[in-house]
Every structure is written in structure tokens, then in C-alpha cells.
Design a protein around this ligand. Structure first.
Ligand SMILES: C[S@@+](CC[C@H](N)C(=O)[O-])C[C@H]1O[C@@H](n2cnc3c(N)ncnc32)[C@H](O)[C@@H]1O
Length: 229
């Protein structure tokens, strides 16, 4: 996954990919191919399960407004649109222009009206109190700590009062053992995420853990769910 990273500071070789202090993945269909390969041959479906658990934690209702920050190629957001139905609205942002292009193509092929756009957590391109739910999946480990703080404040801004935040991330590298230690992508400490989410003013912070299965390189994951006061 991280072989695809581009770190965009100050100047960009691709005008439409947005600058950020985060680590940008911008490989479009190659990202999906890599994800399929990992999940099929080494994660044994656990990446798919991680996505389902992330979505379930939000306990969404038809008609809700949802944002996926760092949406990548849009797989989660497209599935979420099916949960909130035609009366709901789903948007996804990512700094990677190729990620967004791929997400748009997938949504169009499935006739799913998700709005994907190039954007960054530093400055989420939506007005205050726009969303009932905001997701961040496998994205937090792409941000330096100062940007995590800034980004969580931005997420709180675009959530409606009582809105829910759901974060999922891989277990951090130093906590992985056995075959899971071989997986190259980074991760997060669930305790660090809880502290950051609480500092950003969220309430009723809940966590869940997804342990690494035996005989798999899936690194395990943590989930944080919290409500905006
Ligand atoms: C590992 S991918 C996860 C993508 C998707 N959420 C998923 O679960 O497949 C992390 C994503 O975070 C994006 N990202 C990096 N910096 C970001 C920022 N400042 N704001 C929003 N997204 C960012 C990357 O471009 C990348 O697509």
C-alpha cells in the first residue's frame, strides 16, 4: 500500500491532487487491485469484515447525511449509500485525484449517487453541521499528530449536534506479532485515538478491537465511535 504513497508539500506534479501534510495514496484502480490481492490471499476476507464492522458501528438510518474523509477509491462510501437509501446523501473526499476518479467511476458503474471530490481533512469542503455521520477508515495513520488534532476539529465542525464519528485503523506496527508483523502499512494506537477524539470535544467514546486471526497477515484493527455533543 505504502509503495503508492506520495507526500505532497508545497508543490504538486498533479495540479488536481490537493496539497496536504498527510501521506497521499493516488493510484486509483491499482489501489483496488492491491486491496483485493491482500484480502483474498493473505487477509482471508478480514479487510472486507473491517469495512462492514465500521459501517455497522455508525448505526445509520435511511435518509441520513454521511461523509467519508480519506475515502480512497470509494468502496465504503458506495456501500454506505445503499444503507442510507435514495433519501440519504453520501459524500467522500480524498486529496488523491486518481483515487477520486476511480471512486467516481465505480459509483457511476453501480448507479450510486455518491458525491466524490478532491479534498483534505485540513479544510473539509462542506458547511458547518452538514452530516449525521463521518467515517475515517485506515486514514488516521496517514496524518502527523498535529494534523489529526486539526482534522478532528474539522470533523466536529461539519457534524450536526449529536452526529457520530467512526474511526477504523490498523493496529500500529510495533503491536503486531507473528505473520501480521510482515504487513507493511502503518496503523494507530486506539488509546491515542481515544485521547485525541476526547480532546476534540466528542462524547460517549466507545472502542472495539478486531484481533489478528491466526494464519493471516491481517494486522488487526481498532475502532473508535464517538458522538458530537
Ligand atoms: C489507506 S488509504 C484508505 C482509503 C479508504 N478509506 C479505505 O479504507 O480503503 C488512506 C487515504 O487517506 C488519504 N489521505 C491522506 N492525507 C489525507 C488528508 N489530509 N485528508 C484526507 N485524506 C487523506 C490518502 O490519499 C488515502 O487515499
Amino acid at each position: 500500500m505504502h509503495s503508492f504513497i506520495r507526500h505532497l508539500h508545497g508543490s504538486s506534479s498533479e495540479a488536481s491532487t490537493q496539497e496536504t501534510k498527510g501521506l497521499v495514496l493516488d493510484e486509483g484502480w491499482r489501489y483496488d487491485l492491491m486491496g483485493w490481492f491482500h484480502d483474498t490471499f493473505s487477509f482471508r476476507g478480514n479487510w472486507h469484515e473491517l469495512r462492514q464492522r465500521t459501517i455497522n458501528l455508525a448505526r445509520m438510518q435511511p435518509g441520513e447525511q454521511v461523509l467519508d474523509v480519506g475515502c480512497g477509491t470509494g468502496t465504503l462510501a458506495i456501500e454506505v449509500q445503499n444503507r442510507v437509501g435514495r433519501t440519504g446523501r453520501v459524500a467522500g473526499i480524498d486529496p488523491g485525484a486518481q483515487q477520486v476518479a476511480r471512486a467516481r467511476a465505480k459509483a457511476a458503474r453501480r448507479h450510486v449517487p455518491v458525491e466524490f471530490q478532491v479534498g483534505v481533512i485540513e479544510q473539509i469542503p462542506f458547511p458547518d453541521q452538514s452530516f449525521d455521520v463521518v467515517f475515517s477508515t485506515l486514514m488516521m495513520h496517514h496524518l502527523p499528530k498535529s494534523l489529526k488534532r486539526q482534522g478532528l476539529t474539522e470533523i466536529a465542525r461539519v457534524l450536526k449536534p449529536g452526529g457520530r464519528l467512526v474511526i477504523a485503523d490498523f493496529t500500529r506496527k510495533q503491536d503486531r506479532q507473528g505473520g501480521a508483523a510482515r504487513f507493511h502499512a502503518g496503523g494507530s494506537s486506539i488509546q491515542d485515538l481515544v485521547a485525541l477524539v476526547s480532546d476534540a470535544g466528542f462524547e460517549r467514546v466507545e472502542t472495539e478491537e478486531m484481533r489478528p486471526p491466526r494464519f493471516s497477515t491481517f494486522p488487526g484493527a481498532g475502532f473508535v465511535r464517538a458522538d458530537k455533543s
